[in-house]
Design a protein around this ligand. Structure first.
Ligand SMILES: Cc1ncc(COP(=O)(O)O)c(C=O)c1O
Length: 390
């Protein structure tokens, strides 16, 4: 099977640990192991762990902890995965056959559209609309979904826009999925990273054919643990586990242990409070920087995630801008091109303020050499792919 390049991850893999300033992440400044462990006892417990194969679907304790966040779920509804990305991968691998229709929210983290096309599906978009503050075009969803639709994939809170679906939009998405009998896959990895502190409701429990994927990389600031999970009907979870036998077999024992620590309710609250305080401290700083640029940028304020999806009005293609930032300023930003939308960049504001300011200064240096072009980054949805097919 040939698969298209996952552009954003390819660039991040190449550059994120090489550049001096990385504003391309989407989570908050990660925790240290020490911060997570919190004391010598826990360090000693970690030291006593035997480096055996962990329980393949995740330890009972970890699956129990996760299931408590999803009313009505038990540990039989939970599979622990190697990050949210493995949870997404397993679901698409199991469910999507050549010739299936898959309807995907755009813009989005492009893993699911890329994989679905790789497995032979016809991928059709339904878009979040900038002119509606990134609310979804539900008419487009209704037109795209038919009885041939195997799966509808949403990302809520959304990457890259940071928008959160309204209850009414969630209801409509569920009813469209129900009408078609399709699976509904909700990637909820930014849940808990809301600036307001109001946790985004889950799709779990709204429909029998819901798959919810989540993980510790964003709202918890623990991407290095590589822990994610799927919550789904028990029969599907059992099948997905057997697919996992072919990918990563099990998570690391150390990650499972540290994940249990992070998901302990009191610690989870502390971690979410930390995440929120970073977002609330940094967002006004970013806003100030944007406001200082007059009409150069426009931004629909993100509700969640440490990401700002900025429309810019400079006469440069977004990938060219990113390449210049890397080569001239050792700065990594995400170009809108990676979401099929030129004229945008995605900036991370979850880093320490001095790092963010230094990164933004470097971006300024590049942009100061680029003119403004009418029509580039102008009006309209800005999508490169008006219709995507298999
Ligand atoms: C929507 C979305 N899903 C999944 C992932 C991958 O996350 P993880 O590190 O949990 O594998 C990302 C990473 O950026 C993401 O934005």
């Amino acid at each position: 099977m040939k698969i298209e390049v996952f552009e954003m991850e390819r660039w991040q893999s190449q550059w994120e640990n090489v550049v001096e300033y990385n504003l391309a992440e989407s989570g908050v400044d990660p925790l240290t192991v020490e911060e997570l462990l919190g004391g010598p006892e826990a360090v000693q417990e970690l030291g006593r762990r035997q480096m055996l194969y962990n329980q393949g679907n995740g330890t009972l304790e970890l699956r129990n902890l996760i299931s408590h966040f999803y009313p009505g779920a038990t540990r039989e509804n939970v599979l622990v995965t190697h990050g949210t990305c493995e949870a997404n991968y397993l679901a698409i691998w199991r469910l999507v056959e050549p010739g299936d229709d898959v309807v995907v929210m755009l813009p989005n983290y492009m893993q699911i559209p890329g994989l679905a096309r790789g497995f032979g599906a016809r991928v059709m978009p339904f878009r979040l609309r900038e002119d509606r503050s990134w609310a979804p075009d539900l008419d487009e969803l209704n037109r795209a979904v038919t009885p041939r639709t195997k799966l509808i994939a949403v990302c809520n809170p959304n990457n890259p826009t940071g928008s959160v679906l309204s209850e009414a939009a969630m209801d409509e998405i569920v009813s469209v999925a129900r009408r078609a009998g399709s699976w509904l896959l909700a990637d909820e990895v930014y849940q808990g990273a809301e600036r307001s502190g109001q946790t985004t409701p889950s799709f779990w429990g709204r429909y029998e054919k819901v798959i919810v994927n989540n993980g510790l990389s964003k709202a918890y600031g623990l991407p290095g643990l590589r822990i994610g999970w799927t919550v789904a009907p028990a029969e599907l979870i059992f099948e997905l586990w057997s697919y996992k036998d072919y990918t990563t077999i099990a998570s690391s024992v150390l990650s499972d242990l540290l994940a249990r620590r992070a998901l302990d309710p009191a610690m989870r609250e502390r971690i979410f409070a930390r995440t929120r305080s970073i977002l609330q401290r940094n967002y006004p700083l970013l806003e100030e920087w944007i406001n200082g640029h007059g009409a150069d940028f426009s931004l629909v304020p993100p509700a969640a995630g440490a990401i700002a999806y900025l429309r810019y009005r400079h006469s440069i293609n977004s990938s060219q801008l990113m390449e210049r930032c890397i080569r001239e300023q050792s700065l990594l930003v995400v170009p809108g091109d990676h979401f099929g939308m030129d004229g945008f960049i995605r900036l991370n504001y979850g880093v320490p303020p001095d790092h963010m300011h230094a990164g933004l200064d470097r971006l300024d240096r590049v942009l100061s050499t680029v003119g403004e072009q009418k029509g580039v980054g102008g009006q309209g949805p800005g999508f490169r792919h008006q219709a995507q097919t298999g």
